[in-house]
Design a protein around this ligand. Structure first.
Ligand SMILES: Nc1ncnc2c1ncn2[C@@H]1O[C@H](COP(=O)(O)OP(=O)(O)OP(=O)(O)O)[C@@H](O)[C@H]1O
Ligand SMILES: [Mg+2]
Length: 251
């Protein structure tokens, strides 16, 4: 099983969109997938068509030690969702418990998801306890990065933050950068791409996800791109991205 945290402290870069659509792409490629919403905004549920998500979810798992299986919902064949729950934001405010606070999810995930091939964790745009938990619980991180200048500086910070975790981990984290909301005709986007390739060789996944109106429309109808516009370029990109991840294929 591959446990992948989808992180970037920068907001709106496409973390949730990628978690939902890559999750579905992996299912269509024949894998069993669970997606976990670690963002109190709860947008992952919306992207998968659950407009009134249940009040209990990851909040109960992290705050009260509830068994993750009891709050997992099957949204489509082979695609399960653990919703955020109404109180998830309270995790960021936990003050006691020391290092244990950062490892709540490691315990929560123990012995869970047997038979699953991929677990994708959608993280909030912050660098608090929820993200720390995801990083400890994951073997890999997927970092959606948009093609603008501020993304580059943000990414440098994120990479150095991730390095600080390494001494506390059993295995090093595999880090994948995903070019998201990519506009190929924009010179800056291509410059950013070249810089990323130079600084992070063998870490930029081969297929960029283009900025596309259909992608922005998907959450409104609660469908993934494979349900909304199956033959679109975006659907093809997500299928290719799933293949990149399966074979760890980089640019
Ligand atoms: N490839 C794309 N093309 C067009 N719009 C996109 C694309 N990817 C995401 N969006 C839109 O951009 C907005 C932000 O995307 P998303 O919510 O996935 O980002 P995020 O990183 O999860 O944001 P946050 O940091 O708030 O959690 C959403 O309205 C989404 O529909
Ligand atoms: Mg999000």
């Amino acid at each position: 099983m591959r446990r992948i945290a989808v992180i970037n402290q920068k907001g709106g870069v496409g973390k949730t969109t990628i978690t939902a659509n890559l999750g579905h792409a992996l299912v269509l490629a024949g894998y069993k997938v669970t997606v976990i919403d670690l963002d109190p905004q709860g947008h992952l549920s919306t992207c998968l068509g659950i407009f009134r998500p249940p009040q209990k979810g990851m909040d109960e798992v992290l705050l009260n030690g509830m068994d993750i299986a009891t709050v997992t919902m099957v949204t489509r064949e082979s695609l399960s969702l653990v919703p955020a729950g109404g109180q998830l934001g309270e995790v960021e405010q936990l003050h006691d418990g020391g290092a244990a606070r950062a490892r709540l999810l490691v315990d929560g995930l123990k012995d869970q998801f047997i038979g699953q091939d991929f677990v994708l964790m959608d993280c909030p745009p912050s660098s608090g306890l929820l993200v720390t938990n995801a990083i400890f619980a994951a073997d890999e991180v997927l970092i959606p990065t948009s093609g603008d200048y501020l993304s580059l500086t943000g990414l440098a910070n994120l990479m150095s933050t991730l390095k600080k975790f390494e001494p506390y981990r059993k295995k090093p984290l595999d880090k994948w950068i995903e070019l998201s909301r990519f506009v190929n005709r924009r010179r800056l986007a291509n410059e950013v791409k070249e810089k990323l390739l130079k600084h992070f060789p063998n870490q930029v996944l081969a297929t960029p996800i283009s900025e596309a109106a259909v992608m922005a429309e998907c959450p409104g109808v609660g469908r993934t791109i494979f349900e909304y516009r199956r033959t679109s370029r975006s659907a093809k990109e997500f299928a290719a991205l799933a293949d990149d991840l399966i074979h760890t294929r980089c640019m």
